[in-house]
Ligand binder design. Structure first.
Ligand code: SF4
Length: 106
């Protein structure tokens, strides 16, 4: 599985820059740059994402379903990168996050 570091500390699933969700969906169907990707699983803390939806830990590795087909690391909608960085400090909505590791094969 992929190692995930995430700077979207405003996300309900963020635990010390790790993601506690267990799996995430990365968006960016027609993305040609990392700016056009986003973490579709982002939930702002104040929106009160339910604790029961959380995995128990801030795990280092995570399952990633990714729609950014143009990325070098995308294989049948799965991320094959050894490690990725999701960026989004201060994010309030999904679109303010992005996969910084996106590399266009276009
Ligand atoms: S590195 Fe590429 S395939 Fe992996 S999550 Fe980011 S955009 Fe998707």
């Amino acid at each position: 599985m992929t190692i995930l570091k995430c700077s979207a500390t405003t996300c309900a699933y963020n635990e010390d820059m790790l993601c506690s969700r267990g799996e995430i969906n990365v968006m960016g169907d027609s993305a040609k740059s990392s700016e056009e990707t986003s973490c579709g699983s982002f939930r702002e803390k104040s929106q009160g994402a339910m604790n029961s939806a959380k995995n128990s830990c801030g795990c280092e590795t995570i399952q990633i379903d990714c729609k950014a087909h143009n990325c070098t690391y995308n294989e049948n909608c799965k991320c094959t990168a050894a490690a990725i960085d999701v960026a989004g400090s201060g994010a309030k909505v999904c679109s303010e996050t992005k996969c910084d590791t996106f590399e266009c094969q276009c």
